[in-house]
Design a protein around this ligand. Structure first.
Ligand code: CTP
Ligand code: MG
Length: 232
């Protein structure tokens, strides 16, 4: 793929992390958590710009930290919305307004996933170039139970063929634009779901299981330990 615009949603408030500030400002290996994925994606020659989606209250702090990145000129700030899908939609609107002809692919990656591997980026980019839509994912390893209202197990779900979605999720511009144009606010926790609703197939690329999303404080400790083993 060439001419990829990256959307990096960072406009959440990190409720489950439970700090006073956005979890993305927490430090990992001596720098803000969100900058890890940003630097990994800035190293890609296929990427033209990174659209960092932020909340109004975090805008100035992000802007300040962008200036410390290796290539701040390749990063644009966009104001996001209440739900993650609102934040992505805001970025897509900006991309369409400003650079639609140059951009052929959109790669959406949670700013809260700092351990993104270069080889996984290559794999999902290559697959998307063939199929128009591809996401990183990992096969479910645990046993799945459906609980009833009083938390008693009422069903064991067959895990064969069940995957946990990750990011990046990579789409041809037209594919993702159409999916968001049809989106009428029905909640979706990832972008691929909106594409699936249009009937366009989404390829699953088996990625590293440690491409974890920082959700709870303990995830940060796990990420720090994993990062140390990668560096050593
Ligand atoms: N995100 C966003 N806009 C929103 C909500 C989330 O851009 N309205 C981003 C987050 O900043 C994060 C990614 O989407 O990088 C994944 O969301 P999640 O892990 O749920 O982060 P938060 O929504 O911040 O955390 P929480 O759900 O615990 O409040
Ligand atoms: Mg959230």
């Amino acid at each position: 793929v060439a001419s990829v615009a990256v959307v990096l949603p960072a406009a959440g408030s990190g409720q489950r992390f439970g700090d006073h500030a956005n979890k993305l400002f927490a430090h990992l290996d001596g720098r803000p958590l969100w900058t890890h994925a940003a630097e990994t994606l800035l190293r890609r020659v296929e990427v033209n710009l990174i659209w960092l989606v932020v909340s109004p209250q975090d805008h100035d702090r992000f802007a300040d930290q962008v200036s410390s990145l290796s290539q701040p000129d390749r990063v644009r700030l966009v104001i996001g919305g209440a739900q993650r899908s609102d934040s992505v939609a805001a970025a897509l609107a900006e991309i369409n307004r400003s650079s639609s002809e140059a951009t052929r692919w959109i790669a959406i990656h949670d700013a809260a996933r700092p351990l993104l591997k270069d080889s996984d980026v290559s794999a999902v980019f290559e697959c998307a170039a063939q199929t128009g839509a591809a996401i990183l994912a990992t096969p479910v390893t645990g046993t799945l139970k459906r609980g009833s209202g009083d938390n008693s197990a009422c069903q064991t779900i067959d895990r064969r063929g069940v995957w946990v979605a990750q990011t990046p999720q990579v789409f041809a511009v037209d594919v993702v634009s159409q999916a968001y144009a049809r989106h009428r606010g029905r909640p979706a926790t990832d972008d691929a779901e909106l594409v699936e609703r249009t009937g366009h197939p989404v390829s699953l690329i088996s990625g590293a299981a440690d491409n974890l999303k920082i959700t709870y404080p303990e995830d940060l400790a796990v990420a720090a330990a994993l990062m140390q083993t990668r560096l050593s």
